[in-house]
Design a protein around this ligand. Structure first.
Ligand code: ATP
Length: 913
């Protein structure tokens, strides 16, 4: 059986034909076969997940404490610690699920599309609506959305998603394999793989879970996410603290038994409780959720971040390598002028009727522009195609050519796709009795292939040096106005009735016909975003396939360069050694790479990475994928980019807008700041938690414990996570984008942060807490050493004093929460009430505190007792003292740094190590 017969047989089996199925039939099949989607087995996963939360190392440490408590017979404290473990596990679980949902939800912002033949026409549809029997068109850069048997054409497929083999393999309709494993059959392509070259049509034979990918997805669970550097750092510090707590708790036992004459059992109970209170077990899930919240917020602003950990990398980005067309500019091109040897023709004022539309050279230009093109102009509807081609087609139409796609296709014998390396595209078309090559591309690419020229009378003459220079000069003149320039050329083939199928046989000895200049205005938001990058110490490097002068003009217009930038062309880049690229980038403060090939992007990315930069790089084509993959943040275009580029990238811009990259960097910085804020907050309560125990032990038991162990645990549950979560929603601190980028090597937890948390904020809260404790106790007639145990006359006063200490700690932590909201500036500049979540968190915390103090069951459990209103009023200033002291500290620091640093120089590009 030959491939044709096999294909017909399959089509018959699938009740389809080469014209595809009708929309009505597709709808029917969709209900029959279901949507073309992979279903994850989420339901059965949660017990495992929950179990994981209960058994992670920090939780195990707490279980150890529980075991110890049970051993010494303290059932109540053991139950409290178990409660803490369970609450934390449930909390972490909910947060992880939420984080996962946030990432999953990204898919809906960027649904996969597929080109299917429906009702006899190629339509772009949602890939989830593909049904068996659909005829699909697969082109370079497409991600294949279902399992397909090729019917015509050939493609190169990157099958790494299925086979792990990253070398592209040839798949062709013309090769029929028998008795080979299905993945190796040359006429089949599979869902989840990518087309890296060529073009083909095929029939869908399996969708959704019935595809090969679906089979694999059903077998394996979802890919496990690597912990991010941030998570690893925090985990390390959490462990460090756990070890310190363990040491502290262990040291407490002999101190309390020998120094303060506590029974060993009691000492052990206190030690275990202390341990449970100090272990920062809530930290990691809060970080995960903070990152997920950022990812969700960014998605609504046009930047889809595919990995949570990328958010933190974004925050330290110090170089953005951006292309020009579509990212800095609108990618909405309009033709403005055509130039032939007869001179320039202004297209905006062009009236085809009446003026020299009859000029044979212009007619030839119009014919090439209409033939060597794949765009479609539907009158009254949206135009379809590459913006450059749309502009070229509009120019053809203005000059009087018929832009009708079916006419063009009827005449076309062969096509050589636009190749970004060659910067050319050619078609071979039937023109009357002749076969004619029509070529368009970058002027520097076309002119060397030309040996003739169409003069103003439409006669082909030799292309001499002077004419070549004139054409180049004109192209440069257009380009320096920021216009995009394409050259048009043609050649009549010697007639043997067959169109050559090799590029090299076609693209030579061409006859130069015209230049077309197109206007692609810069996006309005870009200038402001560029200015933001400048103050934020982020360098912008333009790497474009376009003309050097066009690139320079646009870069100047949006403010990326203001002096004389060093412009490096692709040719120059090819000539120099790789290590010289590094020197180039380092030495030239303003640099533009023009006519750069996708491969050049990879070299530039490598050079920057070797210098320790954190690089975000944009790209849209298949060939950009390696560069996107190897930079820290590969940024793909959601609208104009290929599926392959989107796959290789870390971030996808749904609006293709440069400003979104800057917005994402800003978000990255903000979220990193916020993570630091809640780390300080969570760490700050260690000091007030430990102080009562230290005072008790060091005083040899003459000062009773200012906090019962259950109060400490209640504080831990009530005050830790809610405000910490709220802090992750903090608005950005002013000046966020005026700071230089954070060095890649800088850890999230730094010594000054710990000092601020433990020795400044923590000590203050501890002092206030102990002051309240002594105030109540001494007021009731206590003196050091006086007994306060149950049954003693001072016992009620002692209970009130511990309640005061407990509430004092909560009041102090509220002050801490407000203090940590800013790192440098005063809180006024971000707004005291600007974080609603924090206000709600604090309200919740106060409510819980009231329950702990006034609800009789809790009074019995925690040993709390109501306080007189006058005493309660003393707590009011607590938050303000802590917050105010930190405001003062920040003020002094700001003043000092103002004095130390002379007024900042005018902003310029910095090159952070
Ligand atoms: P950027 O890299 O900033 O997106 P670009 O879009 O100009 O810039 P490419 O798409 O690689 O980069 O195009 C490079 C050059 O190839 C263009 O400047 C143009 O001269 C030429 N070119 C672009 N599109 C076509 C096309 N469809 N047909 C022929 N030539 C084209």
């Amino acid at each position: 059986m030959n491939p044709e017969e096999a294909a017909e047989l399959l089509l018959r089996d699938l009740r389809s034909s080469r014209q595809g199925v009708s929309s009505a039939e597709a709808r029917r099949r969709l209900t029959q076969y279901g949507r073309n989607e992979l279903r994850r087995r989420r339901g059965r996963r949660w017990p495992n997940e929950l179990a994981r939360q209960l058994t992670h190392p920090l939780a195990l440490l707490l279980w150890l404490a529980v075991a110890l408590l049970l051993l010494v017979g303290s059932l109540i404290v053991a139950t409290a610690v178990v409660l803490i473990i369970l609450l934390n596990a449930a909390f972490a679980f909910v947060q992880e699920v939420q984080a996962e949902r946030a990432v999953d939800a990204l898919a809906q912002y960027l649904p996969q599309r597929a080109k299917a033949l429906r009702d006899g026409e190629v339509q772009e549809i949602d890939a989830s609506e593909l049904v068996p029997g659909d005829i699909v068109v697969i082109e370079q850069g497409d991600r294949i959305a279902a399992d397909v048997r090729l019917l015509a054409g050939a493609i190169e497929a990157d099958m790494s998603a299925l086979t792990g083999e990253s070398v592209p393999t040839l798949r062709s309709a013309a090769i029929l394999d028998v008795d080979v494993p299905v993945l190796q059959a040359h006429d089949l392509v599979f869902s989840g793989t990518n087309c890296t070259g060529g073009e083909a049509r095929g029939v869908v034979f399996a969708t959704g879970m019935r595809t090969e990918l679906g089979r694999i997805a059903a077998l394996s669970e979802t890919v496990k996410q690597e912990p991010s550097p941030l998570e690893r750092q925090v985990r390390r510090v959490a462990w460090l603290i756990a070890v310190v707590s363990l040491a502290l708790a262990a040291a407490f036992v002999p101190l309390a038994t020998f120094g303060a004459h506590l029974s060993v059992v009691d000492a052990l109970i206190f030690a275990a409780g202390l341990l449970a209170g100090m272990v920062p077990e809530g930290l990691l899930p809060v970080i995960t959720l903070a990152l997920a919240v950022a990812v969700k917020a960014l998605a609504t602003r046009g930047a889809l971040v595919k990995r949570l950990s990328a958010v933190e990398t974004l925050g330290s980005t110090d170089v953005i390598c951006t292309d020009k067309t579509g990212t800095l500019t609108e990618n909405r091109m309009s033709p403005v002028a055509v130039w032939t040897t007869a001179g320039p023709t202004d297209l905006s004022n062009w009236k085809s009727a009446g003026s020299s539309s009859g000029s044979p050279t212009l007619q030839a230009a119009a014919r090439i522009a209409a033939a060597c093109n794949n765009a479609r102009l539907h009158p009254g509807e949206e135009t379809v195609g590459d913006p450059t081609e749309i502009a070229v087609l509009l120019a053809a139409q203005t000059l009087g050519a018929d832009p009708d796609a079916s006419l063009r296709e009827a005449r076309r014998r062969w096509q050589f796709h636009f190749d970004p390396e060659l910067k050319l595209m050619s078609t071979v078309d039937q023109h009357g009795d002749e076969l004619v090559v029509h070529t368009k591309g970058a002027p520097e690419a076309i002119l060397p292939l030309c040996n003739a020229l169409l003069d103003k009378n439409g006669r082909q003459v030799a292309l001499d040096e002077a004419a070549r220079r004139r054409a180049t000069g004109q192209a440069d003149a257009f380009a320096s106005e920021g216009l995009r320039v394409l050259a048009l050329a043609q050649r009549v083939l010697t007639q043997d009735g067959r169109a050559p199928h090799r590029r090299g046989d076609v693209e030579h000895d061409l006859c130069f016909v015209a230049l077309i200049a197109m206007l692609d205005p810069p996006r309005p938001q870009v200038s402001a975003a560029v200015a933001n990058c400048r103050t934020a110490g982020i360098r912008i490097i333009v790497i474009t396939g376009d003309h050097p002068l066009t690139a320079a003009a646009i870069a100047r217009r949006v403010g990326i360069t203001d002096g004389q930038p060093r412009i490096v062309t692709g040719d120059e880049l090819d000539r120099i050694h790789e290590h010289q690229i590094g020197e180039l980038v380092r030495d030239a403060p303003e640099i533009i790479f023009a006519r750069a090939s996708p491969e050049a992007k990879l070299h530039i990315a490598d050079a920057l990475r070797d210098q320790g930069h954190v690089v975000a790089m944009t790209g849209d084509g298949v060939n950009d994928a390696p560069a996107l993959h190897s930079t820290d943040i590969g940024v793909a275009m959601g609208r104009s980019g290929t599926d392959v580029a989107r796959e290789a990238s870390t971030m996808v811009l749904t609006d293709d807008d440069f400003a979104s990259i800057v917005e994402a960097v800003r978000s990255g910085r903000r979220i990193y700041d916020n993570i630091r804020k809640f780390i300080i907050y969570i760490f700050a309560h260690a000091t007030p938690e430990v102080t009562p125990f230290l005072v008790f032990a060091l005083s040899g038991g003459t000062v009773p414990l200012a906090l019962t162990i259950l109060q400490l645990l209640a504080f831990d549950v009530g005050s830790e996570t809610m405000p910490a979560l709220a802090l992750s929603r903090e608005p950005a601190e002013p000046g966020l984008m005026k700071r230089p980028p954070r060095p890649r090597s800088e850890s999230v937890i730094r010594a000054p942060m710990l000092l601020r948390a433990w020795l400044f904020l923590g000590v203050m809260v501890a002092a206030l807490q102990m002051a309240g404790f002594f105030y109540v106790l001494v007021g009731a007639g206590w003196h050091p050493g006086a007994p306060t145990g149950p049954g003693e006359p001072l016992h009620h006063a002692y209970q009130q004093a511990t309640t005061m200490a407990f509430l004092g700690m909560i009041a102090g932590q509220i002050g801490t929460a407000f203090a940590v909201r800013t790192q440098h500036v005063s809180l006024r500049s971000v707004g005291v009430f600007s974080n609603r979540y924090l206000l709600a968190g604090i309200a919740g915390e106060l409510l819980l505190a009231a329950v702990f103090v006034y609800a009789p069951p809790f009074q019995a459990l925690l040993g709390t007792a109501p306080l007189p209103t006058t005493t309660l009023l003393l707590l009011l200033p607590y938050p303000f003292v802590v917050w105010g002291a930190d405001e003062l500290r920040r003020y002094l620091m700001r003043r000092r740094s103002h004095r130390a640093v002379p007024p900042p120089p005018p902003p310029q590009h910095t090159n952070q190590p």
